[in-house]
Write a protein that binds this ligand. Sequence first.
Ligand SMILES: O=C(O)c1cc(C(=O)O)c2c(n1)C(=O)C(=O)c1cc(C(=O)O)[nH]c1-2
Length: 249
Amino acid sequence: MRADILYQAAPAYDERPAWSREEFEAKLRERGRSYHIHHPFNVMLNTGKATPEQVRGWVANRFYYQIAIPVKDASIMANCPDRDIRRGWVQRILDHDGFEIGGIKDPGGIEAWLRLAEAVGLAREEVLDLRHVIPALRFAVDAYINFARKAPWQEAVCSSLTELFAPEIHKQRLATWPQHYGWIEPEGLGYFRNRVSQARRDVEQGLAVTLDHFNTRALQERALEILQFKLDILWAMNDAMAQRYGVNA
Ligand SMILES: O=C(O)c1cc(C(=O)O)c2c(n1)C(=O)C(=O)c1cc(C(=O)O)[nH]c1-2
């Protein structure tokens, strides 16, 4: 039973063998069964049953997650003494914040999310000033940032592994939204297109760190708890939005 995700009891002597890398990875992937792709609010969104208000509510609230991600990644880097890891990890910050280096420009994922917001009929200001963000959703997202600040960096890396399941949810939106929500300008969906390949690359790196670091049975079980903690954050965000905006049958 997990009390506080940041508190880890000293391991008792444990003679159980570690799972092989393949078994451990399979156990991590099994947790996809509690991914928010199955949450009734998300099912409603991706089966075309949401009203424009519900879609707007989701986009405006999810913006708070989008802006938290690079802060979370900067916290991981700040705690990480390994130069090779930081060198790979910094790409995530560039992906979301964008960059302009040597004449090459990318406006980044946060800007792409703002374009999505405009495509669904929100004004940039009302998204940027966070006026629509539900308190419970904010607490859920803040728990993710706090964990990344305080936990050992390998644990924070492990908590990003919900991205294992993210390409599927982005692909689902790309497949169903244009069909159901003709009122959304299709260029607004660029964020989801970009994330399919970015998430795959992120997962390779996050999974390599996790499979290397969590190398005893007790640590592997700890990794599963951390992944569940993050799955619960995403689920709680959807609970907050379902409560505020309702779920249509
Ligand atoms: O739309 C989604 O359902 C979804 C979920 C997740 C996730 O599983 O954490 C991420 C994203 N999107 C996403 O776009 C993204 O950039 C991202 C980064 C991370 C992370 O934990 O570092 N998760 C996610």
